[in-house]
Design a protein around this ligand. Structure first.
Ligand SMILES: [Zn+2]
Length: 295
C-alpha cells in the first residue's frame, strides 16, 4: 500500500441540502493500493477484474480506496457518521476528518451524536483517543450485535486482531456511555438503521428521511464503485463474512434501485453520492452531478 500525492489539492468537503437536512461529506483520506485483485474480489479471476477495470477507464491493479465520512445537520441535531481513523490514522493521506469538519463550519463541541456503522478502524478510530471521547457532547450510537461481537472477542481472524485491539482501546472503555441499538430501532425521528450484517458481524446501513425525501448511507456495503455494483456476488477481502456480505449487498442495492434512493458510500470515490441503477446482471453506480445543488 502506498499513499502519494498528498501535496496535490483535491476537494475534501462537499455539502448539499436534503429535505430539511444539510449533508456534508468529508474526505477522511485515501489509500493508493496495488492490488485491486484480490482486494475487491477474492472469488473472481484477476483477468475478469482487470477487464472490468479497463472497461471503466480504470487502471489495474492500481486503485484508490477512499474513506468518506458523513455529517448530517437536522433542524435540531448534528450527527457525525463514522468519523474516520483519528489518532489511528495509518498514513499522511488519512486522518483528515477534523480538518474537514472545521472547513464545513462545525467544531467537535457542536456534535450531538456519533453514529457508528461498524467497528473497523477507519470507522471507529476517531471516536476516542486514550479513553477520551473526541466529541465531548455527543451521544455515541452503535449496533448492539456489532458491539457485543467485538466485546466477546471470540473467533476473530488473524487479519482482524489489530481491529480488536483498537476496539478495546477506543470503544470498550466508553461502554457505559454508548447507546446500543437494534436494526429495528429508530435512531431519532427520520433516521433508521437497516440490518446489513456480513461486512462485519453487525454492520448497519442507515436510512435518512427528511422533508419527504429519503436516502441510504450504504457505509461499507459497496467497497468499490464499479466492482461491488456490477458484481455484488464478488467477495471483498475485508468482509468478515463474505457470503453474508454478498447477500446483503444484493438486498440493499435492490432496495436502493427499486426506490430510486440517493446513496452515499463510505468507500465510493469522493464526493461519494449517487444512485443505483439495476442492470440485466448486477447494478451500476450513477454518480450525482448538479441535481443536489438545485434544491
Ligand atoms: Zn471501511
Amino acid at each position: 500500500m502506498s499513499s502519494n500525492n498528498t501535496g496535490l489539492t483535491r476537494p475534501t468537503v462537499y455539502q448539499f441540502a436534503f429535505g430539511k437536512a444539510i449533508i456534508t461529506n468529508i474526505l477522511e483520506g485515501y489509500f493508493h493500493r496495488n492490488d485491486m485483485h484480490p482486494f475487491i474480489a477474492t472469488n473472481a479471476d484477476a483477468s475478469t477484474v482487470e477487464d472490468l477495470a479497463h472497461a471503466h477507464h480504470l487502471p489495474f491493479p492500481a486503485m484508490e480506496h477512499n474513506f468518506v465520512a458523513t455529517v448530517i445537520r437536522t433542524p435540531d441535531k448534528l450527527i457525525v457518521v463514522d468519523p474516520g481513523f483519528g489518532a489511528a490514522a495509518p498514513a499522511p493521506s488519512t486522518g483528515w476528518f477534523m480538518k474537514g469538519l472545521q472547513k464545513a463550519g462545525y467544531s467537535k463541541d457542536d456534535v450531538d451524536m456519533v453514529l457508528i456503522s461498524h467497528c473497523h478502524p477507519d470507522h471507529i478510530g476517531n471516536v476516542a483517543t486514550d479513553g477520551v471521547a473526541t466529541f465531548p457532547n455527543a451521544e455515541i450510537v452503535i449496533g448492539r450485535t456489532e458491539f457485543e461481537f467485538w466485546k466477546r472477542g471470540e473467533g476473530i481472524s488473524e487479519m482482524r486482531q489489530p481491529t480488536l485491539a483498537l476496539f478495546q482501546k477506543t470503544l470498550l472503555p466508553l461502554e457505559n456511555q454508548l447507546r446500543l441499538i437494534e436494526p429495528t430501532d429508530e435512531i431519532l425521528p427520520g433516521l433508521h438503521p437497516i440490518n446489513a450484517f456480513g461486512h462485519s458481524a453487525g454492520h448497519l446501513v442507515f436510512r435518512l428521511s427528511s422533508g419527504g425525501k429519503q436516502m441510504l448511507l450504504l457505509n461499507d456495503t459497496t467497497p468499490h464503485y464499479v466492482a461491488s455494483f456490477a458484481h455484488p456476488e464478488w467477495h471483498f477481502s475485508m468482509d468478515d463474512d463474505p457470503q453474508a456480505a454478498a447477500a446483503t449487498r444484493q438486498r440493499i442495492l435492490d432496495m436502493a434501485a427499486e426506490e430510486s434512493l440517493p446513496v452515499i458510500g463510505y468507500h465510493i470515490p469522493f464526493p461519494s453520492l449517487g444512485f443505483v441503477k439495476s442492470r440485466q446482471q448486477g447494478f451500476e453506480f450513477v454518480p450525482a452531478s448538479y441535481q443536489f445543488q438545485l434544491t
